[in-house]
Design a binder for this molecule. Structure first.
Ligand SMILES: [Zn+2]
Length: 67
């Protein structure tokens, strides 16, 4: 689980407001060790962002915290 699969896409994320599953994120922004997903619910029009952190970022974060 230490590698990021570039084809990885979260699917069926439930809406944070009404719980309706959303098939795919509207927009994705990737950075070093993380990815942000913007979800828009078609049922209630609610928009929210989810951020995923990958294992890759752990050594850097730990080093920064320890410094
Ligand atoms: Zn919703």
């Amino acid at each position: 689980m230490s590698r990021v699969d570039p084809g990885y896409l979260p699917r069926g994320n439930p809406c944070a407001q009404c719980g309706e599953p959303i098939s795919a994120p509207d927009w994705i922004e990737t950075g070093p060790g993380r990815a942000s997903y913007l979800w828009t619910c078609r049922a209630c029009d609610y928009r929210f962002e989810a951020i995923a952190f990958f294992d890759q970022a752990e050594p850097d974060r730990q080093a920064a915290l320890a410094a």
